[in-house]
Design a binder for this molecule. Structure first.
Ligand code: SAM
Length: 279
C-alpha cells in the first residue's frame, strides 16, 4: 500500500467496499501485493487450497505481459497501449515496460474497480504519458469515447489493446464475444490485441481441464465470476485477426525468456495467452 501497510490498516475511501471480495484485490493477493482486505484473502486462500501454485500462475501472467509489451513496442513499433482491466499497480506496469523501449510511449489504464483509480492517481503523479480511467469493459463505446483516452490515443495509428485476464471475468450471458468485436472493430489496421485467459484445455490436458472445472466452481461461488474457456471460445474473441507465433499457448510458452521456467503442473495448462494482429 501507499503507506506501507496492508489494505485494511489504511484510511479507506468511501467508494471502496471492504465487505465483498473484489477481483482486483484478490489478484493483488496472488501477486503478494498489500492492497487487499480480509474478505479478499479469504477467497484467495480457498483457491490456494485447491491450486497451491495459483500464485505462480499470477506471476507467470505478469511475466507474459512483460514479454508481450516488450515485443509489441520493440518488434512491432507500437507506441500507444490501452490496458483494459489493468488491475492495481504492481511490479512491471505497462508504461514502465513500454517506456524502457521508448520513453514517449503512451498508456491508458482502464478498470472499473475504484481501488485501481485510488492507487492509479499516485502512479500518475510521476508519469506524464499515462492516464487511468474508470470504465467498464462491457461498454466499449464509452471507453473509446472517453476524452481522457482520446487525449492520449490516436486512432489513426496502430494501438496495442491489452486484455489480460479480463474477458474471463465476463459470464457467457454478458456476451464477451460481442464485446470483443466492439473493442476490435474501431482499432486501426496494424493494431494488436494481446490477451491472457483462464483456459480449459479439454482433451489437450485432461487433468488440467478437471482442475479448471473445480476452480471455476469455487470462483463462481465465492467471487461470482471466472470462466475457464476453451481454445475455440478464446479464438472466437479475435474474429479475423491473425495470430502471432506461437499462437494461443500456456503463458510461459509464449516466447519465453532464456532461463525462464515454471513447473508444468496442471495449473500450467489452465492459463493461456496469445497476441493477434489486425490486418
Ligand atoms: N490485467 C491485469 C493482469 O492481467 O495482470 C489485472 C488482471 S485482474 C485478474 C482483472 C482486472 O479486471 C481487475 O482489476 C478488475 O477490477 C478488472 N475488471 C473486472 N471486470 C471488469 C469490467 N467489467 N470492466 C473493467 N474492468 C474490470
Amino acid at each position: 500500500g501507499k503507506w506501507g501497510c496492508t489494505g485494511d490498516e489504511q484510511i479507506i475511501p468511501p467508494e471502496i467496499d471492504t465487505t465483498n471480495p473484489s477481483i482486483a484485490r484478490v489478484y493483488d493477493y496472488f501477486l503478494d501485493g498489500k492492497d487487499n482486505f480480509a474478505v479478499d484473502r479469504q477467497v484467495a486462500e480457498m483457491a490456494l487450497r485447491i491450486v497451491p501454485d495459483a500464485k505462480d500462475a499470477g506471476k507467470a501472467n505478469r511475466r507474459f505481459l512483460r514479454r508481450v509489451v516488450r515485443y509489441l513496442a520493440a518488434e512491432e513499433g507500437i507506441r500507444q497501449f490501452i490496458d483494459l482491466g489493468s488491475g492495481l499497480p504492481t511490479q512491471g506496469n505497462v508504461h514502465q515496460i513500454a517506456q524502457e523501449i521508448d520513453p514517449a510511449a503512451q498508456v491508458v489504464y482502464v478498470d472499473n474497480d475504484p481501488i485501481v483509480l485510488v492507487h492509479g492517481r499516485a502512479l500518475l503523479a510521476t508519469n506524464g504519458s499515462t492516464t487511468v480511467i474508470q470504465a467498464d469493459v462491457r461498454d466499449p463505446e464509452a471507453i473509446y469515447a472517453d476524452p481522457a483516452l482520446r487525449g492520449r490515443i490516436d486512432f489513426s495509428k496502430p494501438i496495442g489493446l491489452l486484455l489480460f485476464s479480463i474477458l474471463h471475468h465476463l459470464n457467457d450471458e454478458e456476451d464477451p464475444w460481442g464485446i470483443a468485436e466492439r473493442l476490435r472493430e474501431p482499432l486501426p489496421s496494424g493494431s494488436f490485441i494481446a490477451m491472457s485467459n483462464f483456459f480449459n484445455a479439454q482433451d489437450e490436458h485432461p487433468e488440467a481441464s478437471k482442475q479448471a472445472v473445480m476452480v471455476e466452481k469455487l470462483f463462481n461461488e465465492n467471487l461470482g465470476t471466472g470462466r475457464w474457456r476453451t481454445r475455440e471460445e478464446i479464438m472466437r474473441y479475435l474474429g479475423d485477426m491473425e495470430l502471432v507465433e506461437p499462437g494461443l499457448v500456456p503463458l510461459a510458452d509464449w516466447r519465453p525468456d532464456a532461463g525462464e521456467s515454471w513447473e508444468k503442473s496442471a495449473t500450467y495448462y489452465t492459463y493461456a495467452g496469445c497476441v493477434a494482429r489486425k490486418p
